[in-house]
Design a protein around this ligand. Structure first.
Ligand SMILES: [Mg+2]
Length: 281
């Protein structure tokens, strides 16, 4: 069994961690290829528009040797949620057309009016007032509300753009709170992804990501270690304002090597010994 540093799996974020927009993070494909010899590498993205098939292809285009089974996105987690708990729902998808099509392909009944029993919020680039009205009326009729994730913005080539959290804000403003987010840092969503990879002990994973509020918080929710990389949205100076601190900080994912994992694991051991001593005193 591959378990570099004693970690059952290393869970990498994508955007801001392995690549930034159209640029790969220097040294990342080589670092991951070397790491994969010793450790199970998995990829968890809050992208609510694309599924693992698309994201794995994008990663391969950047030079990463990745199979789609090792990738999960918010879109994949929505599909899994719908498959497992909302089989017979009538779904109004205020999301990307790709995610709506994937739901339809999975056999769900998609509707465009207030007869929906499940309203899904994602990034809907063509959201109209009329579709929001249908969403509101469906919710007033008792429909359930879920969202791909709660990210406020996402980085695009020309700068930041509104992400699913912004669309959630419309509905919060009308008094509705999603009962489920299918992305980081939602604990159920994270556990669902880990379970799909056969991870037995989520607390023995290491999360690597650029976002304190999603990647590092996700690790904290399942009791796992985390490494914040400074190649994306969060800066070192943001850490003091955040409750869930990363276990360690690196400039770039290229520093995540086998020896670094061993170092982290031994630090974890030392800390738990220190904690143990403290408790005994
Ligand atoms: Mg990221």
């Amino acid at each position: 069994m591959k378990n570099g540093g004693g970690y059952e799996a290393v869970i990498f974020d994508l955007d801001g961690t392995l690549f930034r927009g159209k640029e790969v993070i220097a040294g990342a494909p080589e670092a991951l290829a070397a790491l994969a010899e010793h450790t199970a590498c998995r990829f968890l993205s809050n992208n609510g528009e694309r599924t693992s098939t698309d994201l794995a292809q994008r990663l391969r285009n950047f030079g990463f040797d990745v199979h789609e089974d090792d990738v999960a996105s918010s879109a994949d987690l929505v599909l899994k949620y719908a498959r497992e708990t909302a089989r017979s729902a009538r779904i109004l998808a205020l999301s990307s057309p790709e995610l709506a099509s994937a739901l339809a392909a999975q056999g769900h009944m998609m509707v465009e009016d207030d007869s929906a029993t499940l309203v899904l919020i994602g990034v809907d680039r063509t959201l109209t007032r009329e579709r929001m009205v249908q969403g509101l009326r469906a919710l007033l009729n008792g429909a359930a509300l879920i969202a791909t994730n709660e990210d406020p913005t996402y980085p695009a080539a020309d700068g930041l753009r509104p992400a699913a959290g912004a669309y959630v804000g419309f509905f919060r403003g009308m008094g509705f709170e999603p009962e489920r987010f299918c992305g980081k840092p939602d604990e159920k969503a994270v556990r669902m992804a880990l379970e799909s990879w056969g991870v037995v002990r989520p607390s023995r994973c290491l999360f690597v990501g650029d976002n304190l509020r999603t990647d590092i918080a996700a690790a904290a929710r399942v009791g796992a270690d985390s490494v914040l990389v400074l190649s994306g949205v969060s800066a070192r100076s943001d850490i003091s304002a955040i409750q869930d601190k990363p276990t360690a900080i690196l400039e770039s994912v290229s520093g995540v090597t086998r020896s670094y994992l061993d170092e982290l694991a031994s630090r974890r051991k030392t800390e738990s010994i220190a904690l143990d001593r403290h408790v005994r005193q």
